[in-house]
Design a protein around this ligand. Sequence first.
Ligand code: 2BA
Length: 109
Amino acid sequence: MKLVFAIVNDDDGYKVMTSLNENGFSVTKLCSTGGFLRAGNTTLLVGVDEDKVDDVIAIIKKRSKSRKQITNSAISPNGMGAAFMPYPVEVIVGGATIFVLDVERFEKV
Ligand code: 2BA
């Protein structure tokens, strides 16, 4: 068995979860926060047999969009690190960041 961790945009979380459920996969949704943007995102956990992992990833891929987001970074105008000014940085977020882990043991009791 495998555990798929998928980090998706909050706006896509519901669609991805619904589509996974409609295709027979059980899902747990966690509210998470990205360390770089410090903005909310959604982490989905899906436990599946190994031969279904690609199906799960295909559904996540189909339902997650990538987006441009602007964040503020900081720069030292004199290059000496003395005074920092925020400046906007554009980053592309997602569609989805996916990790697939081995599950040593799975039980429902
Ligand atoms: P955040 O950490 O908020 O990152 C949002 C986006 O900012 C990233 O999109 C990437 O485009 C950019 N970014 C992140 N760290 C950066 C850095 N040190 N320098 C420049 N740009 C940076 P994604 O790569 O699509 O990641 C979306 C979210 O997925 C991340 O939100 C984070 O919550 C998670 N994530 C991505 N890679 C991860 C990893 N290796 N381990 C754990 N979580 C990860």
